[in-house]
Ligand binder design. Sequence first.
Ligand SMILES: [Fe+2]
Ligand SMILES: [Fe+2]
Length: 279
Amino acid sequence: MKIVQISDTHLTAAGGPTEEGFRLLVRHLDEDVRPDLVVHSGDIQVLDPDDTADRVRSRELLDLISTPLLVVPGNHDVGMPGLNAWAGITVTDARVAAHVAVFGPDHWRHETDEAVLIGIDSELLGSGLQREADQWRWIEDTVADLPVRKPVLLFLHKPLWSATDEPVDHQVDVGPVARDRLLGLLERIDLRSVGCGHLHRYRQVRRDRAIEVWAPATAFLAAGEDSLPDGRQELGYVEYTVEGGEVTAQFRLVPGMPQITTDDVPSIAQAIEAMTALR
Ligand SMILES: [Fe+2]
Ligand SMILES: [Fe+2]
């Protein structure tokens, strides 16, 4: 079985390079790759979760994918938990509800003959919202109900394991409290992969029986220096193969997709500057 993970499409009603890249990706998946399933690991829309036009346009563009599609939200879709939210945009009940109304449940279980896929909303973790408590209860119930020997692929927007040794001024992973609680719950099942987005770079690391996969963005690379591990600084997607109970993952390039940074999309670079200046 072939599963494709795409991430960080950052689509906008204004069109532009992120849409052009996304259209190349859709054509490539349809014509060349033909996966059984596509998972989008969040940051579907460009920057502002409250921009309804961006959300509607993003939905229309995701509908171009002819393969069954599962999505989890990113911080640009529903906001972030706690202090230090990017541009002060915190996750709220209303923001998650607006996302769910257009894209469907923010956490889900999808079962196939060969594997179980679980998607969760990383932006709720540590939020203190009732939705967070509800999601934890759903995870407990789901894990208790899963077959012990079937491979499980978990997807969420933010990395589960620490993404940087140094503290930075924005959130890069789910943090130790949520990670330890989640890994504790997942102990009884056959967790084989944890796929996230958010960091706009690819990396694959083994964590016990599971592989941790950072999916690359399709929209743009981060401009300039940051304190994150390098990984593979290219736009693309991840192709998972589930075969004979084994799960493997590989980085893939999209033919013809230009390798751009936010500096190459002035409208987005300016919007980032304006939104972060408002903090
Ligand atoms: Fe992103
Ligand atoms: Fe993100």
